[in-house]
Design a binder for this molecule. Structure first.
Ligand SMILES: C[S@@+](CC[C@H](N)C(=O)[O-])C[C@H]1O[C@@H](n2cnc3c(N)ncnc32)[C@H](O)[C@@H]1O
Ligand code: SF4
Length: 343
């Protein structure tokens, strides 16, 4: 991996004079996504190769205390939102314990989870109790055979997981559907109806060329502008806002409580409002989903730096955040898969 690395000498540290984390483009960084594992029990065709084995070694994983320490440092620097993601977060042992530790950080106002829901049936109650209020769930099709084809897994587990989350009182539940031409593009209306029936928010996502899998999927790329037009012929779409909306542009479906969102990193990118960075399970901070700019934190922690020094390293890292991704201009750039950085 073309990692940009930095000396760990204390000599280059500097103090910020401005409040919060402001990147070189003047954006305030308020949101940290944490990939708690790069492993997954599914193999979505656009994300993780079927035969992939090059996962991070357990010795290189941040433990829960290390993750919580980094999150707390971000929170002291003004971050208020955290999303736990992966890989599949629920395959990490004792995952609710991590949630417990994070919810004790006073400055955070929003803690959410991205999951494939295969293990939610067993864990939804514990997660809700630990402090997960809202979740995003990947679901690209309601056809069991097609689900198997796309993910190598069983659709019913996901549907059961979703019902368990609903019964546990987790809300909102947002469905993430990656739309691919010739794969599931004829199912967008069915998915809208499923979400209306279940009171779920629905977000459509464009394929991103991350790793070979993402690039293969990008051969089936479909602009969501087309999907929006297709849906507008069937449903009355009224522009609306949602809490934690991030890059999605939302529409309410008239006469329902349901909102649908469009995440369009390719056809209409949203880099100018990007307020997030990503921490991987090995303790590397990635400053942009679509670039290699990164900053290693794990060894600094294990070498015994103080909380103040950790904050200074985070400030130094934020200064490396690039202005935008180059998914369209330079689609072969990224070797890493989405599962490695966390979506
Ligand atoms: C990497 S997954 C991690 C969390 C969890 N395993 C899940 O599937 O929700 C996060 C999101 O990334 C999306 N994703 C993965 N690879 C992608 C790609 N190449 N293009 C667009 N979205 C992708 C998935 O659909 C999912 O919604
Ligand atoms: S999208 Fe999520 S569920 Fe699918 S392979 Fe990637 S990490 Fe696993």
């Amino acid at each position: 991996m073309n990692t940009i690395s930095y000396s760990t000498q204390a000599s280059y540290l500097f103090m910020s004079t401005s409040p919060g984390l402001i990147d070189p483009s003047g954006r305030q960084i308020k949101y940290l996504r944490v990939s708690v594992t790069d492993r997954c029990d599914l193999r979505c065709s656009y994300c993780l190769p079927k035969d992939f084995k090059d996962f991070q070694e357990p010795d290189d994983w941040l433990n829960f205390e290390e993750m919580t320490r980094i999150i707390a440092a971000f929170a002291r620097l003004g971050a208020t939102q955290v999303r736990l993601t992966g890989g599949e977060p629920l395959v990490r042992n004792n995952f609710p314990e991590l949630v417990n530790q994070i919810t004790a950080i006073p400055e955070l106002t929003d803690l959410s989870l991205s999951t494939n829901a295969t293990r939610l049936n067993k864990q939804a109650v514990a997660l809700k109790k630990a402090g997960i209020e809202r979740i995003n769930v990947s679901l690209d099709t309601l056809d069991p055979d097609k689900f198997k084809e796309i993910t190598q897994g069983k659709l019913q587990k996901v549907l059961d997981g979703l019902q368990a989350a609903k019964a546990a009182g987790i809300t909102p539940i947002k469905i993430n559907m990656v739309v691919m031409k010739g794969v599931n593009d004829t199912e967008v209306e069915d998915m809208v109806n499923y979400c209306i029936e279940n009171d779920f928010t629905l977000r459509f996502i464009e394929t991103m060329p991350m790793g070979d899998t993402g690039r293969d999927a990008s051969n089936k790329y479909l602009s969501l502008q087309t999907v929006k037009q297709q849906l507008a012929e069937k449903f009355d779409l009224i522009p609306t806002q949602m809490r934690g909306a991030g890059p999605a542009r939302y529409y309410n479906i008239a006469n329902t409580k349901i909102n649908i969102g469009f995440i369009t990193p390719i056809s209409q990118h949203f880099c100018e409002t990007c307020n997030r960075v990503r921490l991987t399970v090995d303790g590397t901070l990635y400053l942009c989903l679509g670039q290699e700019h990164s900053y290693p934190l794990r060894e600094l922690l294990r070498n015994g730096i103080s909380d103040t020094e950790l904050e200074q390293h985070i400030i130094k890292a934020i200064a490396l955040k690039p202005e935008n991704h180059e998914f369209s201009e330079n689609p072969t750039k990224l070797v890493r898969f989405m599962s490695q950085t966390g979506g």
